[in-house]
Write a protein that binds this ligand. Structure first.
Ligand SMILES: *Cc1c(COP(=O)(O)O)cnc(C)c1O
Length: 448
């Protein structure tokens, strides 16, 4: 018989919380498989750490979101937010489902073109579009969302040279009852800047104003703020129709829906508090439908949802490096996943599961990453079973922003694997090598 691992006894204060009729929850169920792939097998084949993305989950989530909006509003179009996860394989799954592309830089714009998205189905957002970017977007008939007056003048100058009439929208920021307000992007609604921008464009006639855009924030828990935003954009569209007789083709309400992750310090888990797609859709569609807009000629509703469409589809698999006791007596477990890969651990309390059945004995544990840096903490305090060196674990809901905001810092970035609709794994981004890093470096002659 194998000798059991020693677990030190300790005294635990029972927290007054919300026990069920059986008492406090004191078990951690292991997460042994990701869609029929054993966690250990995946790590054996592709290494640790390892990002795993499920194509089925992406497609299912997308279909649910589209359905929630389509049953409430007649014309709906999603545009995939590239910065949320711009791995080509991920983008192509969204494009296959019918999503356009929403990009915020020249680099992302080129990535969308490379993924076969038609120019006219690329929405170009963001405050930093170079003249070269704008020229390309005008030539390709893309939808340029103007962020500030300087950009408007650049596009006007370009349109004079190219003889094309660029298709533009303006980004509008506004008070939706959620603070701090994101007023650094676009033109403000309440102070009249939005109307100022609209009037200058309509008088000039060198630009075609096709849309109105807002993106009020990210991880927005308040559905009512979307109702307010949609209502204000609809009022602008109605005002433009009345004043200029011009029909606005679309209202783009941006992204920002919360995912089911739990924010740090939240009392209830995100799975209990996050509004559903249906609740967001209800708020947004009533904001538009209750406006003065002509119901027989409604604008298309565009959504640039990022986080809520991809977070659930990503897992991060890792391995325990060591356990130790801190001077406080608390247990610390050191793992091979750091904040360099898990940018979102700065604001989420990610759910973390052992990958194999473990003891029922939970102890408050701090989970540290492998970086030689004090802020490298995945979870400050998680009720966790004792995992031994070499044991695997799974972090849930990491699909949004981690694979774009990750850093090459101290270690190299690992493989990313996509499980196709049959569950078969494919590497969609190879782990980095020393050469990837050093080929960008140049040694001056006197140092060779
Ligand atoms: C980041 C961003 C999105 C996506 O936001 P999520 O919070 O991930 O849904 C959409 N539109 C714009 C303009 C953005 O900057």
């Amino acid at each position: 018989m194998e000798k059991k691992q020693f677990e030190r006894p300790y005294i635990k204060k029972l927290q007054a919380g919300m026990p069920s009729k059986f008492g406090m929850k004191s078990r951690v169920e292991p997460l042994t498989h990701i869609e029929d792939n054993g966690v250990g097998d995946l790590i054996k084949e592709f290494g640790s750490p390892l990002f795993v993305i499920s194509e089925n989950t992406i497609r299912d989530t997308y279909k649910k979101a589209l359905h929630a909006f389509s049953i409430r509003y007649p014309k709906v179009q999603f545009a995939w937010s590239y910065k949320t996860n711009y791995l080509d394989a991920v983008c192509r799954v969204f494009h296959q489902e019918g999503s356009w592309a929403e990009v915020v830089s020249g680099f992302e714009y080129d990535k969308a073109l490379g993924n076969g998205v038609k120019g006219s189905q690329i929405i170009f957002n963001g405050p930093d579009k170079t003249d070269e970017d704008l020229k390309k977007a005008v030539e390709n008939d893309s939808l340029i969302h103007i962020d500030h007056f300087d950009e408007m003048y650049s596009i006007l100058a370009l349109s004079e040279k190219s003889g094309k009439k660029p298709k533009v929208a303006i980004r509008v920021n506004m008070d939706t009852g959620v603070y701090p307000m994101w007023d650094r992007f676009g033109f403000n609604y309440e102070n009249g800047d939005a109307w100022d921008a609209i009037n200058r464009m309509m008088i000039n006639e060198k630009l075609e104003l096709v849309g109105l855009h807002s993106h009020i924030g990210t991880y927005m828990m308040s559905t009512n703020s979307y109702k307010v935003a949609a209502g204000k954009l609809a009022d602008l569209a109605h005002g433009i129709e009345k004043k200029y007789g011009v029909h606005i083709k679309y209202i783009d309400i941006g992204g920002g829906f919360a995912s089911k992750n739990t924010l740090k310090g939240a009392y209830y888990p995100g799975t209990d508090t996050t509004p559903s797609f249906g609740e967001y859709a209800e708020a947004i569609s009533s904001g538009i439908l209750n406006s003065e807009l002509d119901p027989r000629n409604l604008p298309t509703l565009i959504l640039e949802t990022g986080r809520a469409l991809i977070d659930d589809a990503g897992w991060l698999l890792g391995t325990v490096i060591a356990n130790k006791r801190l001077s406080s007596g608390n247990r610390a477990t050191i793992v091979d996943v750091g904040v360099n890969l898990m940018f979102t651990s700065f604001w989420y309390e990610h759910e973390i599961f052992p990958a194999a059945p473990v003891s029922e004995h939970l102890e408050e544990t701090t989970l540290y990453g492998p970086l030689c840096m004090n802020i490298d903490v995945l979870r400050e305090a998680i009720a966790f079973p004792l995992l031994k060196k070499g044991d695997h674990f799974v972090i849930r809901r990491v699909g949004a922003y981690n694979m774009t905001q990750w850093m090459q810092f101290i270690t190299l970035r690992p493989n990313v694997v996509l499980l196709d609709t049959e569950g078969k794994p494919h590497v969609i981004r190879k782990k980095e090598t020393m050469q990837n890093i050093t080929e960008q470096e140049v040694l001056p002659g006197h140092l060779t």
